[in-house]
Design a protein around this ligand. Structure first.
Ligand code: GLY
Length: 306
């Protein structure tokens, strides 16, 4: 058997390395995934996830996270949670229960407190300065500005696939707004018998296509991970453009049950892949008609990530 990790954006490069090291030592897909995402959540340099995440309109940082185990199809998710270190860790813990798998707001915070999850004020001087500078100009912002979800798909030696995501959501979102990320089927989906997928971009568009589940269904129907990812994204882009005149930025990573990866995007989109036969590699994907093409990045510093 073999292992692999696929993750979104340049900010996941170090986390992918950590997850890969763990998988190489025999860690489970779930443990490696949480370690990879937590590395991004803890780094205040990255402004769209965890510590230093993008504030909502009221200046508070509300976080979303989701997790799915592809063996059992169990999932856990938190939406609009404030004051805790790691949404992915909390989301994973919720996947152990039969009911109450998706908690939001005060309910999610009460659960995290009762179960001893680490508290943290995720506001930083940088995130607060950005909020101060922009808070009166929300209507001028392109909704996607600076907003990137970290998504990880992992497959371990035993053939288990997991999907996980973590984000602060749209900059200057309405308090209480929850995007696609913690919504199973939209932000993430994993089935070890088929494959897994996770999405990043504007949640209001991604949810219209239940994008991650759509990609997994395409793999179930026999498409490769690459075909499934680009079909899911670019068919939704086409449908929304035809009906509404445009489609905001959407991207998706997919991995089949053997660990082969695919990517679909309607923007320029960096992602990272590692496996038992490949060192963590940063790629840049972009749209080419109804296809998505990608190539490995040779000069990593040329890819900007804030
Ligand atoms: N994709 C994350 C969000 O829209 O909140």
């Amino acid at each position: 058997m073999s292992w692999s990790v696929l993750s979104t954006w340049k900010m996941s490069l170090e986390g992918c390395r950590i997850a890969a090291q763990q998988l190489a030592k025999g860690a489970t897909a779930a443990d490696a995934l949480v370690a990879g995402i937590e590395n991004v959540e803890d780094n205040p340099k990255f402004c769209s996830v965890g510590f230093g995440g993008l504030p909502a309109r009221d200046g508070h940082v509300y976080l979303d996270g989701g997790f799915m185990d592809g063996d059992t199809l169990r999932f856990g998710a938190v939406g609009s949670i404030e004051g805790f270190r790691s949404p992915i860790r909390i989301a994973r813990s919720l996947s152990a229960y039969k009911f109450n798998n998706f908690l939001v707001g005060q309910g999610a915070e009460a659960y995290a407190k009762a179960h001893g999850f680490e508290a943290r004020d995720n506001r930083t001087s940088k995130s607060q300065a950005r909020w101060e500078a922009e808070k009166d100009h929300a209507q001028d912002l392109v909704s996607y500005d600076g907003h990137d979800t970290v998504c990880f798909l992992t497959r371990d030696d035993a053939g288990t696939s997991c999907a996980g995501v973590s984000t602060s959501g749209l900059f200057l979102k309405e308090p209480g707004r929850v995007g696609d990320s913690p919504v199973i089927g939209s932000g993430f989906y994993a089935d070890s018998e088929i494959g897994s997928a996770a999405a990043t971009g504007v949640g209001e568009e991604i949810m219209k296509g239940a994008l991650s589940h759509t990609a997994v269904l395409y793999m179930k129907a026999g498409f490769t991970a690459q075909q499934a990812a680009e079909r899911a994204v670019l068919e939704l882009d086409a449908a929304l453009t035809r009906r509404n005149g445009s489609c905001n930025a959407i991207s998706l990573i997919a991995m089949d049950r053997d660990g082969k990866f695919g990517v679909g995007t309607n923007i320029v989109f960096p992602f990272v892949y590692a496996s038992d036969t490949q060192e963590p590699t940063l790629y840049l994907a972009q749209r080419d008609g109804m296809r998505t093409v990608y190539e490995a990045v040779t000069d990593i510093d040329s890819v900007v990530q804030d």
